[in-house]
Design a protein around this ligand. Structure first.
Ligand code: IMP
Ligand code: MG
Length: 185
């Protein structure tokens, strides 16, 4: 059993900082969407924790739906640019105010493919809300309306983000020491 302490290089964003920022984002979204209903679409699986915390701070009525997207080959740590939809929405987004909720935008390939697909389905509006943004790694331009934190080019985990599918349950965002992580596999 690999305990995360052995490969945690540092805590980048604490539980408290996350909660404070998520509340601020919820308040900002509440103001912007006053008088409208929101359909929040969570990109599985990394965005789940962010979505459930975020919508608790949104005042207008919120519906949720989920989309599964895969952009990594197994074991890879960066997008290969080829994005596959592994689970589609169950609801129609036509004429709805759609807020796409993502854990992190890295190269931008994942979110831009999802945006391209959703635009064809005629939403009333379509905006992106990401918890984390690695702008320095961007390969395609993505319109990001709401962003929790700009982060450096480091691989991070916790608060929904995984290391080979585990550690999503941690309440903070940590930086992985990849050498130590690989050494222990
Ligand atoms: P993109 O297509 O390169 O923008 O990659 C976005 C997806 O890659 C995110 O939805 C995450 O699932 C994953 N990802 C990117 N960077 C990290 C990271 O540092 N930790 C965990 N997952 C990441
Ligand atoms: Mg993701």
């Amino acid at each position: 059993m690999q305990d995360y302490h052995s490969f945690l290089s540092k805590i980048l964003i604490s539980d408290e900082e996350l909660q404070n920022r998520v509340r601020e984002l919820g308040e900002e979204i509440s103001q912007d969407y006053a008088g409208r209903k929101i359909l929040a679409i969570c990109i599985l699986r990394g965005g789940v924790m962010f979505l459930t915390d975020l919508i608790r701070h949104i005042k207008p009525p919120v519906a949720i739906d989920f989309m599964g997207v895969s952009s990594y080959g197994t074991g890879a740590r960066q997008s290969d640019g080829e994005v596959r939809i592994t689970l589609d929405l169950t609801t129609s987004i036509a004429h709805k105010h759609v807020l796409l909720v993502e854990d992190i935008i890295d190269s931008g390939h994942t979110i831009s493919s999802v945006l391209e697909l959703l635009r064809t389905r005629d939403p009333a509006s379509l905006e992106v809300c990401t918890l984390l943004n690695k702008t320095s790694r961007r390969e395609v331009d993505v319109p990001v309306k709401y962003c929790g934190f700009e982060i450096p080019d480091k691989f991070v985990f916790g608060y929904g983000l995984d290391m080979d599918e585990y550690y999503r349950n941690l309440p903070f965002i940590g930086v992985v020491d990849l050498d130590k992580y690989e050494a222990e596999l």
